[in-house]
Design a protein around this ligand. Sequence first.
Ligand code: SAM
Length: 340
Amino acid sequence: MSATELIDTHGRVHRDLRISVTDRCNFRCTYCMPEEGMDWLARSDILTFEETGRIARIFVERYGVDSIRLTGGEPTVRAHLPVLVRLLSGLRVGGDGPLVDLAMTTNGATLRNSAQDLVDAGLRRINVSLDSLRADRFERLTRRDELARVLDGIAAAKEAGLGPVKVNVVLIGGVNDDEVLDFARFGRENGVVVRFIEFMPLDADAGWQQAQVVPQAEIVRRISEAFPVEPVIRGSEPAQRFRYLDLPEGDPGGIVGVIPSVTEPFCEACDRVRLTAEGQLRNCLFALDEFDLRGPMRSGATDDDLAEVIQRAVTAKWAGHAIGRVQFIRPGKSMSQIGG
Ligand code: SAM
């Protein structure tokens, strides 16, 4: 079987599918969720593993998507997650090509218990979100006293063979931006790739302000003062990567990244589509429209019907988001509801 490329009207070929497996989370990061009062999806509204697997199969076998990332909410709170991982990790690009590259983004708190099972089921790569290395600040930010468990989770992921682990740090001006160098050191010493993410207007309480964004240029300036870096040529990934000049090539801690979604958006190279936990397709994090796959699927749609919805969603993708410009409209959903 050979795949048809999933191309939008701007010529971008889509090869990356983000799947949110739940809107629930065991943390309550202040910038992502309120402490109480989230409107959770009903269990019956969330796609079953079979439904998720069916949609993923269409993406991978028909449309040549070669990379899938599981996210949420917090993906590890979904019961029996390794069952889904096994189902997805067996998918082959175009039906008979290479196995899909299956990754996950997690807060890392339960990886000591789950990393090996996930690897055994076919998970290949992992990103752990961690916004502070200081226990008191970590607790204030996440509303959970779990820093030690997250650090141990990162170690467990490495032991299970998920290296190089990537650690994602959302930098918020006046909140944790004094930890840039601590994180740079942490990455270098622990052999993990630290990636700083610019704060985006997808916070649950809509309090985002441009002034809280720590721009890529500033992050790189601060790192280079202590550890000189040079840029690495950018591929299709959103992170702009930099190499520490004093570490040998190939050292897992020798790369540091920035995801400059606000100050230097990479929309022209975007190859992603997102499936929310309740089966809605989004062609951009900041999309205002969604394309329903669950409804048709539950009322007897064929694979051809679903493939047509997928193509329609990608065709409707706009050239880029417009954060910081007058025409920008905040989406009605926050990051945990979309699947970050
Ligand atoms: N629970 C998992 C985790 O912690 O990685 C996956 C879901 S979480 C929503 C995915 C990522 O989105 C995390 O790295 C989180 O820090 C990031 N995130 C959430 N809200 C954000 C915002 N307003 N701007 C930038 N990143 C955000």
